[in-house]
Design a protein around this ligand. Sequence first.
Ligand SMILES: [Fe+2]
Length: 370
Amino acid sequence: MHNNFFKQYNIDYIEIYTPMAKALAYWHTQALGFSVVAYADYETSKTNLSSYVLKSHNICLVLTSTYPTAHQSADSNEVQSFITKNYCGVKRLALQTDDVKETFEKSIAVGAIPVRFPTVIEDELGYIEEAAIKLYDDNEITFINRSAYQGVFKPGYKSPKLDKYSKTTSALISVDHIASELRINEINYWTTYLTNTIGTQLVQSIQRGEENRTGMILNINQSIDKNLTLVMAEPDTYTGISKVQQNIDKFGSGIHHLAFTTDDMVKTTQTFINNHVEFIHFPSSYYDLLRDKEEFKGMDINSLEQNNILIDKEGDTYLLQKFIKPISDRPFFLYEIVQRVNGYNGFALKNINVLKKAEEMQVMKTAILE
Ligand SMILES: [Fe+2]
């Protein structure tokens, strides 16, 4: 059972908790071309929280940190405890709704775990209403209605006098998907939870089985209008061969990456390289495998290799993918960039196997050389 109480699935903002929001906001503007459109800091806010609202086309990120004062507020403790455990990562995903109370109550009635009951926050420019339900261990889905608010973001936020940080034209357009790494037997639980409480559907998956040699099982959950996609991976076994399990053993489970779309992957790559953004490299054996495949004949694999771009093809449509190295010192949470060409609407499930095979070949190559 699922309810259809969202006419449209619009991500209002994604909030990231981080130890130093100010510095990370600066990196987003200089490296990735975001603009700071609003902020709340010690001069504007009564709490000991600092937030920077960053925009790039349809993407809105809020970076929030807290700092010690003589008397810690409950809000500050909430941010601090997340940072202590996760260091830097997504805390909440906010979805727009016309009626926060109704959306919240409907979701609670079908199994959502409440985190925040409907609350009105106001100032002289109007009010917003928010409520939140639990997601995974430390995350939440917030329902927000800002239709009665004229201010820049929320009460307590101000516009920067001038966007002194902004440097490059932004190349990132929208949020493609939000991916998590969860524990064994969690992804079906959360898939059902989301289907019941916000109405997403399981649209693709990689199940356990002999032909699945990726070390993980995967569920792709998507809203009917495809505006919201939540990708969940879990280890297919608890032994040490699953990369997902290794990650969880080291860092715990949770939201692992945000994927953003671009309409020109090569140009975006070049811009970001000029901005000193660092990318994850893939083994050359991956590109050798592509060169051997009939379906990639005629494609410029050399350019993909030079730019560290992954590709998945379905007929005439294809997906280009690239990963930025983790955005903080803790190597768990990162950004992905994707370009969907000719209307590709899959999730590179074939490509995961190719990449896995390439990694195995690379290990063997290295072992032979040693
Ligand atoms: Fe992804």
